[in-house]
Design a protein around this ligand. Structure first.
Ligand SMILES: [Zn+2]
Length: 195
C-alpha cells in the first residue's frame, strides 16, 4: 500500500507530483506507484490536480471496462512528460519527440475543453462527457507547468527521477527528499570514501 503523504508531493506543481509517481531509487522508472485504479484514485485525492466534482466522477462515473485503457494512457502520458522534462533539465532546447507528442496532446485537450470564467479569470474546463477527460486534466496541468516561469527552476533529483522546482538560491537542493535519496547518496559517498 502506497502512502500518499506530503513526501509524495514535493514537486512544487501537481504535474511534477504526477511525474513523480514512480518508486525507483535509480533512473530506471520501472516501478510505478500507480499500479491500479485505486492507487490512481488515492493519488488524485491528495494531489491538487482534480476538483472535488472530478474526484467524485473518478470514483463513481468511470466504467470498469474503460480502466485498463485509461491506466495505459495515464502511464504513457507520465513517461512522455518525464522525457520532455528531462530534455528541459539537460538544456536540450531543440524540438524533440516527447515535446511534440505533448504538443499534440495539449491541442487535443484544449479542443475537448470549454473556455469558462472561473471566478475572476478564464480557464479551460474539461468536458466530462468525453471519455478521455481524465487524460485532458493531466495534460492541461502539464501545459500549465510548461507555460509557467517556474519551469526555469526545474531540477531532477541527483539519484532518482523525481523532479521538483528548485526555489532555493544558487545550486540549491540536489535531492527529491533528504530523508530518502539525500541519505542514500550520503551513505554511498561515505562508503566510497572508506574503501
Ligand atoms: Zn530522489
Amino acid at each position: 500500500m502506497i502512502l500518499w503523504n506530503e513526501d509524495a508531493l514535493i514537486g512544487g506543481h501537481a504535474a511534477l507530483d504526477f511525474s513523480n509517481t514512480v518508486d525507483d531509487q535509480d533512473k530506471l522508472r520501472e516501478i510505478s506507484r500507480i499500479s491500479d485504479w485505486s492507487t490512481f484514485l488515492e493519488w488524485a485525492k491528495v494531489s491538487s490536480m482534480f476538483s472535488n466534482k472530478q474526484i467524485d466522477a473518478l470514483e463513481n462515473e468511470i466504467q470498469q471496462t474503460e480502466i485498463p485503457r485509461l491506466l495505459a494512457n495515464i502511464h504513457a502520458l507520465r513517461e512522455t512528460e518525464y522525457a520532455a522534462l528531462s530534455c528541459i533539465v539537460s538544456g536540450e532546447i531543440k524540438p524533440n519527440v516527447a515535446m511534440q507528442t505533448l504538443e499534440a496532446g495539449i491541442k487535443t485537450a484544449i479542443n475537448n475543453s470549454s473556455w469558462v470564467l472561473d471566478d475572476i479569470s478564464y480557464k479551460w474546463a474539461v468536458n466530462r462527457d468525453n471519455p478521455h477527460w481524465v487524460i485532458d486534466v493531466l495534460t492541461l496541468s502539464i501545459e500549465d507547468l510548461l507555460r509557467s516561469e517556474d519551469i526555469t527552476k526545474l531540477k531532477e533529483c541527483g539519484r532518482c527521477t523525481w523532479m521538483f522546482l528548485n526555489k532555493g538560491r544558487g545550486r540549491g537542493r540536489q535531492w527529491c527528499n533528504m530523508s530518502t535519496c539525500g541519505n542514500r547518496a550520503k551513505s554511498a559517498s561515505f562508503r566510497s570514501r572508506k574503501q
